[in-house]
Ligand binder design. Sequence first.
Ligand SMILES: [Zn+2]
Length: 386
Amino acid sequence: MNSNSVSKGILKYCASLIVLFLATSSIASEKTDVKDIRYWSSPGYTRVVIDLSGSVEFSSKRLTDPDRIYFDLHKSELAKEIKTTLPVGDGLLKAVRAGQFDAETVRVVLDLEKIKDFKTFILENPTRLVIDVYGVETAKKPEVTTTVKRRIVIDPGHGGHDPGAMGPTGLCEKDVVLDIALKLREILLADPINEVFLTRDTDIFISLEERTAIANKKSADFFVSIHANASPLRKVKGIETYLLNWTNDEEAMRVAARENKISLKKMKEMHRQMDTLGMILNDLSRDSKRNDSIKLANYIQRSMVSTLNNGSIYKGIDLGVKQALFYVLFGARMPSVLVEVSFISNPQEERLLSDESYRMQIAKAIAKGLDTYIDSTPAEQKVAGL
Ligand SMILES: [Zn+2]
């Protein structure tokens, strides 16, 4: 089986037995623990996450009568404290079950109700296997009498035990981006057309995969993840906006590696895999409407730069729209971007980020970018919620 058919198998043709090698170089001699199984569920979309102690190989197969998908995790052991049956009952999945299939294999079974398809990918540090399950879409007739709503999910990065990047005087990314997100929510809510959700509105930790799951569960029209940048070079500063895509720009990879909490080496390995298994990325971003994400990223970036330049506060440096493999954007089903609002590692920009009025300018600029995007979108697309 060549690598391409592996990726197709994983993502599209799940009826046949497939094997994905997660371990990129070393062969683990010890068993991998299957530590936990979590899920987020909604009528059209469910995300299941299997938490692992390290890399594993797995195979997967869909069976009928009853309809189910199983994942065999090789050289694995089920942690004793794990809950082995999770009743889901959301119309897509009846339940998720896990068991020690044999001495070497943990089998996780998704008992299906009615699904359209599913896709699988791996996130590292800690290693987790993510399974996105999609329901059969029912055609929605646009109701003329209903006011069109814009549903926006704002995602302030980090939180809780994860402070994110830290400035020279100790300013934490998690606090800065939360404040910007709260301000952005307030600005957006001034327009009754907007419905706004935050992935967190307090100082709590939320995993990257949960943030995307929240946006998908809410059927958001837009997903905006807010971060502050950092560089080992103190003099580096500026504003940049990202969307999900493969890149060969090492700086962009470095930013994504930091936000993904993985090493640059791991990031490069992932790029090599993605390059070989090009299908995976196409599928991961299939729903994210890449052209719309590019457009949204451009409007937000332009608005950020021009707002800050028009204000007397600071002449923001335009680092442009870039792309990289950010975990938090994997599997997002709507136009989605990640904004690096300034460099907290730069003494001047750290000082600015600690200033309430600068944070307010940034929030206003992101809101304006979103508005400009909406205004530029044809009316029929708005009705269709595109
Ligand atoms: Zn961040």
